[in-house]
Design a protein around this ligand. Structure first.
Ligand code: ASN
Ligand code: ZN
Length: 333
């Protein structure tokens, strides 16, 4: 600990009471995280460009859990950035999004009634809207991890954001969003294989996406077919999200942390799960070692089998589970 550095207490809308990294500057604290390369969190104050202003506070107690308090969104996105930083560092020794020790920054309160969040390579930053109507702020942990993972993908395989590679790019963000939730294990946001379950973007309490059976959202695909490359990347991600769920938890019905899942397979052959941590390790190694900008679903299968060979041995039970999960989404050799 050195002078000027402090860890504040935050009250998020989604994450509950959490620590947030802050730095004392003059007589007030700033959301500048000393433990994570000075990762910063800004209030765009409804603007749509630049950085707005750094979140600052006099007593280092941030937000009150309500949307009305401007700091609350800052707490949730600062926590999301910290949790995602920690996930990649703790699990893979990855030092930031580009593995170069440089922190990305976060911008909350983008625009008016903006119902999305996004990553941009150009600013090396992520941005969050406040939502609109029934749609709550787009500041939940899985959203933050999803957007930040777009930066990791850009810095590694750089999967082109269209066609099958675009679906794999999107799925990679959903996959590590789930992995970050399990790593963080928050009481206020229990880990799940749903995406955006806190946002209520549909107004009926349903999540944005489901990994056990992606077609439950009414648009995503469950299985690979030859038309996959011509649909929106947020729907062609479905089969890879499904692959990740099958590999993690296995096929069939299962209740995890109070959420009911029921994951089918294309070939009706059951899959036995290897756990979310092992599945994520395999996807990470495939992403960072074997996938390229043009990797398609068949190539992703090969990449994950190679990664499973490296990590667990050729034709190990784990390797065979990877092959079975791919068969479960209609990708074979
Ligand atoms: N939130 C969306 C995403 O990360 C924004 C986009 O469509 N690029 O996929
Ligand atoms: Zn995305």
């Amino acid at each position: 600990e050195y002078e000027g550095v402090h860890t504040g207490t935050g009250h998020g809308q989604y994450n509950g009471e959490v620590s947030v990294g802050s730095t004392l500057s003059g007589s007030s604290y700033q959301l500048v995280d000393p433990d994570r390369a000075g990762q910063r969190t800004y209030d765009l104050n409804q603007g749509t460009s630049g950085t707005g202003t750094l979140f600052t506070d006099d007593n280092d107690v941030w937000g009150d859990g309500t949307q009305a308090n401007r700091q609350t969104a800052g707490v949730d996105v600062a926590y999301g950035a910290a949790a995602t930083w920690d996930y990649y560092k703790d699990t893979y020794g990855r030092n930031g999004i580009r593995n170069d020790g440089v922190a990305a920054y976060s911008r909350a309160h983008y625009g008016n009634n903006y119902v999305n969040a996004f990553w941009q390579d150009a600013c090396f930053c992520m941005t969050y809207g406040d939502g609109s109507g029934n749609a709550n702020p787009l500041t939940s942990l899985d959203v933050a991890a999803h957007e930040m993972t777009h930066g990791v993908t850009s810095a590694t395989a750089n999967l082109t954001y269209s066609g099958e590679s675009g679906g794999l790019n999107e799925a990679t963000s959903d996959i590590f969003a789930a992995a970050v939730e399990f790593h963080s294990d928050l009481e206020a946001d229990v880990p799940d294989y749903l995406v955006g379950e806190k946002i209520d973007i549909n107004g009926d309490g349903t999540p944005l996406r489901y990994m056990d059976k992606p077609s439950k959202d009414g648009a995503s695909r469950d299985y690979w077919d030859a038309s996959l490359g011509s649909i929106d990347v947020h729907y062609s991600s479905g089969p890879a999200n499904h692959l990740f769920y099958l590999l993690s938890e296995g096929s069939g019905a299962k209740t995890i942390n109070g959420v009911d899942y029921d994951s089918p397979t294309y070939d009706n052959v059951p899959v036995t799960g290897i756990g979310v941590e092992n599945a994520a390790r395999i996807w990470y190694r495939a992403l960072t070692t074997y996938m390229t900008s043009s990797t398609n679903y068949a190539g992703a299968r090969t990449a994950t089998l190679q990664a499973a060979t490296d990590l667990f041995g050729a034709y190990s039970d784990t390797y065979l589970a990877v092959a079975a999960a791919w068969a479960g989404i209609n990708v074979g050799d």
